[in-house]
Design a protein around this ligand. Structure first.
Ligand code: CP
Ligand code: NVA
Length: 343
């Protein structure tokens, strides 16, 4: 069920309405890629996120009886804890499986794992080396699957980031968002999210570390619909010029640690320091998904500056995660907040 499907009834999540009228997706949905959400759904998800952030008590217990399993092949601070804390505050339960010692499919096939999990559990969250593993799990499992970071995408982080930008700037269509650094999972999800919200997006990566062309093609198709402007280049100074937000990420992502030394030389011109930030607008926010490598992709001066919003981003991981859980696990009309029969 890893296909973007348009819900028959749009989610009704405006701030003026109570959570009781949330509609349920027709079929279980996955969040494997930003592309799994239609542009309008992203804005609806942001409305729900704002409600969850402003009135968390209204949502206590809405996922009572729901159970989530998380398999992580890579370390995590933010993603793990915000999913666990978020699920707990909504009344559901989490089982965390530390999968860092061996790959998820080392002992048995993903097909067999999926058909076990769907018999016991309401939602599967995966952090994997291979994006194909998340896609396979989504295809096989009849329950929703969330990508908590693969080598290709990090959709939950990018959603939290654009929600943060909406809080700081309001209309995202007027925003110039710049990313400099590796053409990695963050760059891909940010490009797709920026295209979806209709922003101007400028991305600069070194030659040899450019964006995945399939993601670029997907983003361009979304941009035609939303009228977003996408600029892909190699010059970090050109990307950042006049930007409202400047984002960077690790030069060597998890799984590429052994390349860190080689990459440090190649990526040096992409460091976000005071002189690069000076090219952006004076109010420009600095953004990073964290963990940051201070002195490499960003200087202390920039990440610790008043314009840095890295901890707002981290905080919003919790609120967006809760919105994703409520949306995917469906608190449908008339059922809210009735307990699941699954408990
Ligand atoms: N930003 C982020 O995903 O952090 P973790 O790797 O700590 O989950
Ligand atoms: N690009 C980084 C993001 C960490 C949250 C990585 O994959 O390691």
């Amino acid at each position: 069920m890893h296909m973007r499907t348009e819900p028959a009834t749009p989610l009704s999540l405006s701030k003026t309405k109570s959570p009781q009228i949330l509609t349920e997706p027709l079929a279980p949905r996955d969040l494997v890629s930003i592309h799994d959400l239609a542009p309008a759904e992203i804005l609806e998800l942001f409305n729900l996120t704002a409600m969850l952030k402003q009135r968390p008590a209204d949502f206590r217990g809405v996922l009572s009886g729901k159970q989530m399993v998380m398999f992580f092949e890579k370390p995590s601070l933010r993603t793990r804890l915000t999913f666990e804390a978020g699920m707990d505050s909504l009344g559901g339960s989490t089982f965390f499986v530390d999968q860092t010692a061996s790959r998820l499919n080392a002992r048995e096939s993903l097909y067999d794992i999926a058909h076990n999990l769907e018999r016991w559990i309401d939602l599967i969250v995966l952090r994997t080396f291979s994006h194909a593993e998340v896609e396979e799990m989504a295809t096989y499992a009849s329950v929703p699957v969330i990508n908590a970071l693969s080598e290709l995408e990090h959709p939950c982080q990018a959603l939290a980031d654009f929600f943060t930008l909406q809080e700081h700037f309001g209309d995202l269509k007027k925003l110039h968002f710049a990313y400099v650094g590796d053409g990695n999972n963050m760059a891909h999800s940010l490009l797709l999210a920026g295209a979806s919200v209709g922003a101007k997006v400028s991305i600069a990566t070194p030659e040899g570390y450019t964006l995945n062309p399939v993601i670029v093609t997907m983003a361009k198709a979304i941009a035609e619909e939303t009228k977003a402007t996408l600029r892909i280049m190699t010059d970090p100074r050109k990307a950042v010029a006049g930007a409202d937000a400047v984002y960077t990420d690790a030069w060597a992502s998890m799984g590429h640690e052994q390349e860190a030394e080689d990459r440090a030389a190649i990526f040096a011109p992409y460091q976000v320091n005071a002189s690069l930030m000076q090219l952006a607008k004076p109010h420009a926010r600095f953004m990073h998904c964290l963990p940051a490598h201070r002195g490499q992709e960003v200087t202390d001066q920039v990440i610790d500056s008043l314009n840095s919003v890295v901890f707002d981003q981290a905080e919003n991981r919790l609120h967006i995660q809760k919105a994703i859980l409520v949306w995917l696990l469906g608190s449908g009309v008339g059922r809210f907040p009735v307990r699941s029969a699954h408990a």
